[in-house]
Design a binder for this molecule. Structure first.
Ligand code: ADP
Ligand code: MG
Length: 303
């Protein structure tokens, strides 16, 4: 499950546990060797999401004490809006997602959802409120129906089908001789990157979280599949607070705000138009990517 998961050998462990009947996303994350200090305070209340206002307040964080990754980062994502995070590789974009999910605790500052610090609420309630569509979707060696139903414990058949429809994968599934009972994975049907991504989206739709994290969710796809999936993603962003971490800037032009991370801080923030007009880091990145797209188009014409 993307960079949110660390070593691959954990997947075997996760898989075995899933087979034993643990199908909750939060439980899955609990399996990762979460540092011992990430525990519920005694009697920690459940997170009460009222709108999904996400705030990072002057957050300082490093995986190692002497190497801070975030050096006083403030981010304000009003309920129901989309905030895109861009910046060089290693800037700490995925770290933001891990901290919001409380995979780690911050060293200084606070992260709140509707005013409640994520460090003070019960972890299962926090994780139930957040859906993640990762870069690389992990599918289990089970049926495609199971792989979608995994988004929410106890989901019924009709709900699974509705989620599949919402993720534009229902037709594909129905074309398979065994429909939702078709096995996927090593000994079953091989899904393309785009199809796997749709399964991940269907899972998330089933979970129906008020807060959504898309961590380079389409960067592994070819640009045609990406364009296809982006439309689906933008539809599910509606009405949710969304943090979208993007590599290709063309995919986040629509965001309510775009934040450029650099050197552990927010270097620039604004809408696409505002940041272009500013002529700073974002404008530079935009020009560079536009040039790349043009080159690729020329190569395609010459080929
Ligand atoms: P981005 O998503 O912007 O590419 P990340 O948030 O994944 O960057 O990582 C930020 C920095 O933190 C990188 O320098 C990375 O090497 C480091 N890092 C990420 N995960 C860990 C970890 N588990 N332990 C130590 N360092 C890490
Ligand atoms: Mg990342």
């Amino acid at each position: 499950l993307s960079q949110l998961f660390r070593p691959l050998d954990l997947l075997g462990m996760v898989y075995r546990t899933i087979r034993q009947g643990v199908i909750d996303m939060g439980a899955m994350f609990d399996l990762i060797d979460t540092p011992a200090e990430v525990v519920d305070a005694p009697g920690a209340p459940a997170l009460a999401v009222t709108g999904g206002h996400v705030r990072f307040d002057d957050v300082v964080f490093g995986y190692e004490p002497d190497r801070p990754i975030l050096k006083g980062l403030t981010l304000d994502v009003p309920a129901g809006t989309t905030c895109a995070v861009v910046g060089p590789s290693g800037a700490g974009k995925s770290t933001l997602a891990r901290l919001l999910y409380r995979f780690y605790d911050v060293n200084q500052g606070a992260i709140t959802i509707d005013g409640q610090p994520v460090a003070r609420v019960a972890q299962d309630s926090l994780r139930a409120a957040i859906g993640i569509v990762p870069q690389d979707t992990v599918l289990f060696n089970d049926t495609i129906g199971y792989n979608i139903a995994y988004g929410r414990e106890g989901a019924g058949e009709a709900e699974v089908e509705r989620a599949a429809k919402g993720a534009a994968i229902a037709d594909f599934i129905e074309r398979q001789p065994q429909g939702y009972a078709t096995r996927v994975g090593e000994r079953g049907l091989k899904l393309s990157g785009g199809e796997k991504q749709r399964v991940a989206i269907a899972r998330t739709l089933l979970k129906n979280p008020p807060i959504l994290i898309l961590d380079e969710a389409t960067s592994a796809l070819d640009s045609r599949t990406e364009a296809d999936i982006l439309a689906t993603l933008q539809a599910i962003e509606r009405g949710r607070t969304t943090l979208v971490i993007a590599h290709r800037l063309s995919t986040i032009v629509h965001a309510d705000q775009i934040v450029v991370l650099d050197g552990g801080r927010v270097a620039e923030r604004g809408t696409h138009g505002e940041l272009l007009a500013r002529g700073g880091l974002y404008a530079e990145m935009w020009a560079r990517q536009a040039a790349e797209v043009e080159e690729a188009a020329e190569d395609a014409l010459l080929a």
